[in-house]
Write a protein that binds this ligand. Structure first.
Ligand code: FAD
Length: 377
């Protein structure tokens, strides 16, 4: 019997890139490594608004997973995982091929939930998967350039992702010759933008929206979508030409279908060592994981911090050693950009805004990408 263990990583999320880099620097003993991801170039979503705003190129904001897997001497399978059998210890690819594992790690992120609102999947564009969103963005720019009609663009979702994306989109489209015929809207079920942020941040963004002429539809819970219109719980029917969906994160269904322990929203329940509560040979991190003892918002900063800790625990698990706990940070730096190379930073109740904060965000984000694209010899 072979004593080589097969570690399979699903998804090229913010934590798995750290695992690949760490294992490239110091390979775990007697381990065969496979990364399965549905994209070759994985995006850093913190830079998506900057890409939309025109400050970055595609290659500034994406990590080449094939190159990173090569650095880690890992096989790279460019496919989507659609199923898992934890008893047989196999994952299933979209092309039907099973892949056997000894240890599994899942870092597949989340996507705005379009299933709960009838019509949302058919008539809106979710921000994730980002590769699909970028194709839509290209097509939208071509559509706007290709006719002279007015165009009402709406983002549904008033969290940081929706706010930042809309401001970036408006900034970019307002640079072009078509600015006069475009109008921008944000629709949210909450009474205010950024409801989980401190009041001073909410007020700042409220002022930004007002000064930029963006129409805010608060207390508008969308409960049905048709072509070019959203129906809200309060009875309002709003008409738009383009509807972007940036609502709360939803989980892939296959972990639940596989019988993994999940929380009430379908995210994989993990313990402090990042192991599935139901299956000790399965780890999960980033948005897809839920640490119920220490709940945190779905945000990339947690996945980034989990990366090195996950690498350490996978190594320990492969070597038969006990894992070490990783408690996600309770305070973290949030940097939300407004499209125009300006950002608002907050850390707990502290906040600061300006061009300098954008440069700080730019520096942090570029450093993250460089860590995984400029690899040691
Ligand atoms: C517009 C916007 C801006 C944001 N800005 C920030 C920010 O500035 N800071 C911040 O902390 N958070 C930000 N977020 C939140 C952030 O996007 C997520 O929290 C973060 O990406 C989660 O990281 P992850 O590692 O869990 O997964 P991801 O980064 O989403 O990576 C998941 C990977 O798995 C792959 N994958 C998915 N499903 C499968 C499958 N079935 N099979 C194989 N591969 C699969 C994906 O292609 C991807 O490579 C933003 C979100 C949005 C929408």
């Amino acid at each position: 019997m072979s004593c080589v263990k097969h570690l399979v990583l699903i998804g090229g999320g913010h934590s798995h890139v750290a695992v690949l880099r760490a294992f490239g620097m110091a390979p775990p003993p007697a381990t065969q490594l496979t990364l399965i991801c549905n994209v070759v170039h994985t995006p850093y979503s913190g830079m998506l608004p900057g890409l939309i705003a025109g400050h970055y190129r595609f290659e500034d904001t994406h990590i080449d997973l094939a190159a990173l897997a090569g650095f880690a001497s890992s096989a790279f399978v460019n496919d989507t995982v659609v199923g898992l059998d934890p008893d047989a210890k196999q994952v299933y690819r979209a092309d039907g091929m099973p892949i056997a594992y000894d240890v599994l790690s899942i870092n597949i992120g989340s996507a705005p939930n379009t299933n709960d609102v009838p019509g949302a999947a058919e008539h809106t564009i979710p921000v994730k998967p980002i590769s699909q969103f970028l194709s839509y963005w290209k097509a939208l720019q071509a559509r706007i350039a290709g006719n002279d009609k007015s165009c009402q663009i709406a983002v549904v979702g008033g969290g940081a992702g929706g706010v930042e994306l809309l401001l970036a989109l408006q900034y970019r489209l307002s640079q072009g010759p078509h600015a006069q015929r475009l109008s921008f809207h944000l629709v949210t079920e909450e009474a205010e933008l950024l409801s989980t942020y401190p009041p001073s941040i909410r007020e700042t963004f409220h002022q930004t929206f007002t000064s930029r002429g963006i129409t805010l539809h608060t207390n508008h819970r969308v409960h049905q979508v048709e072509a070019n219109r959203v129906h809200c719980k309060n009875g309002a029917v709003l008409k738009f030409d383009e509807i972007l969906w940036v609502t709360a994160a939803g989980a892939a269904s296959w972990p639940t279908e596989a019988g993994l322990a999940v929380d009430d929203r379908g995210f994989i329940s993990i313990g402090e060592a990042m192991q599935s509560l139901s299956h000790q040979d399965i780890f999960a991190v980033g948005d897809i994981a839920s640490l119920e003892a220490h709940p945190r918002p779905k945000s990339g900063v947690f996945a980034v911090k989990q990366g090195p800790a996950l690498a350490e625990n996978l190594r320990r698990h492969l070597m038969g050693e006990p894992p070490v706990p990783h408690i996600p940070q309770s305070k973290y730096l949030s940097l939300i950009s407004t499209g125009d190379r300006y950002a608002i930073a907050s850390y707990g109740h502290w906040s600061m805004q300006g061009k300098l904060m954008w440069h700080l965000k730019d520096w942090i984000d570029r450093r993250f990408i460089a860590t995984y694209t400029v690899l040691p010899d």
